[in-house]
Design a protein around this ligand. Structure first.
Ligand code: SF4
Length: 421
């Protein structure tokens, strides 16, 4: 993802990567609203080499288009690979995740980058919430930071540190503030939200947090969750899915593969059977649930047969919202030292998985035609149903509102939503 922020003051924030980064970019925008002078901040992502390449490309473009601007690079890629950004002549400053949310301080002073600062300092623990989100649709609310696992391909724990959960009161207060600011929907987000509560005194699960949050904020109309780990079967979350209508019927799973040997080599904590069991239990808890999943194609040592197991599993599971990444090695991770699959084969496998996702999406959208749905309106007269189907509205509605629409027909990768009878 790469989004240019609206140009308040002379500051632009360009965001790559996950929702957590998007949330932190909003904080930066809030804090720099009064700043004068031209500044472009790149909030980078380290999850793939491609994300890092795109950041570099965007930095060079920004320098060409705004020769006088100050260019600052921060985020996870800046944290794990500061030298490569510091070596770019286009870049004025590199800031690690530790100081990322303190832009007044990091814009001050003259030094370009102090790599030692980035590498040795402790990670920031709390992300102060922005008062309101620029796009004014869904509000992302961080519930935890960091990750305690060490998946073989992942650089994130090095960029964001160990898992730390925010107390329930903090999350409730943040959601209340967003609702008061006019948000109909909140998305609970973090690096590893399935681990929520493990480090808190009573060890509340994510499901327990969801239940208490919905009870404490009755005016919150919709609640969503970012990516879940299928290794964690949270009974309270399944109950919430069954009983809480305001918890939206859409889950995104961090599957990565559906082959047992590859999952083991990835050092994931779930196997193929666990993933299927998770999906079956979630669907049983909430009929009509739609699913998304992250998958890596061509992980080191993946044979054609192993890939076929993943592809067949994905096809059988009928998952419309697939995020497929061809494997890309991250220096410093164990997977980067394993025998690689040829880049061409990774690409071909990714394309085959994406085709399976596109076919599932087509079936999903067709299955929704004829229904009346509540659509949360986003910019450009688009929106999302509770089960996350993308809708193009043929009726006028303000951004941020929830409107009833008749899902009339599929047009490309969206459903046309018309006025209900
Ligand atoms: S669970 Fe695995 S993939 Fe996710 S952030 Fe932690 S180490 Fe990375």
């Amino acid at each position: 993802m790469n989004a240019l922020s609206p140009r308040k003051s002379g500051v632009q924030v360009v965001t790559f990567g996950c929702r957590l980064n998007a949330l932190e970019s909003e904080v930066l925008r809030e804090r720099l609203a009064e700043t004068s002078g031209e500044v472009v901040i790149f909030n980078t992502c380290a999850v793939t080499a491609e994300a890092q390449r795109q950041a570099r490309q965007a930095i060079r473009k920004a320098r060409r288009e705004t020769p006088a601007a100050r260019i600052v690079v921060t985020g996870c890629a800046a944290q794990v690979d500061p030298e490569s950004f510091a070596a770019m002549p286009e870049v004025d400053r590199v800031v690690g995740n530790t100081r990322k949310l303190d832009p007044i301080q990091f814009l001050d002073g003259e030094e370009r980058v102090r790599v030692e600062d980035i590498m040795t300092a402790g990670m920031a623990t709390a992300v102060p919430e922005p008062k309101r989100f620029a796009a004014h649709t869904r509000a992302f609310v961080q519930v935890q930071q960091g990750c305690d696992h060490r998946c073989a391909f992942c650089i994130i724990p090095f960029a964001r540190g160990p898992a730390r959960s925010f107390p329930e009161e903090t999350v409730v207060a943040r959601v209340r503030a967003h609702v008061a600011a006019g948000h109909a929907e909140a998305v609970l987000t973090g690096v590893d939200i399935s681990s929520y509560g493990n480090d808190l005194p009573d060890r509340p699960s994510l499901g327990a947090l969801v239940r208490r949050l919905l009870a404490a904020v009755p005016d919150l109309q919709r609640l969503r969750l970012s990516s879940l780990d299928p290794a964690v079967m949270d009974a309270e979350l399944l109950r919430a899915l069954a009983e809480e209508e305001r918890l939206m019927p859409h889950l995104h799973l961090s599957l990565q593969s559906l082959d047992d040997m590859i999952l083991k080599r990835m050092k994931r904590r779930h196997g193929r059977a666990d993933a299927f069991q998770f999906i079956a239990r979630a669907r049983a808890a909430r009929p009509g649930l739609s699913l998304g999943a992250d998958l890596i194609a061509g992980f080191p040592t993946e044979t054609e047969a192993m890939f076929a197991a993943t592809l067949a599993g994905v096809e059988d599971s009928n998952i419309p919202f697939l995020h497929v990444f061809p494997y890309s090695p991250r220096a410093g991770t164990p997977a980067a030292r394993m025998p690689a699959v040829a880049p061409e084969a990774r690409k071909i496998r990714a394309a085959r998985l994406r085709r399976a996702g596109a076919a599932a999406m087509e079936r999903f959208l067709e299955s929704r035609v004829g229904a009346i749905a509540e659509v949360l309106v986003e910019k450009g007269n688009t929106g999302r149903t509770p089960d996350y189907a993308p809708v193009r509205l043929a009726l006028k509605a303000p951004v941020g509102a929830i409107v009833r629409a008749r899902l009339a027909r599929v047009a490309g990768r969206e459903i046309v939503g018309e006025s209900p009878p």
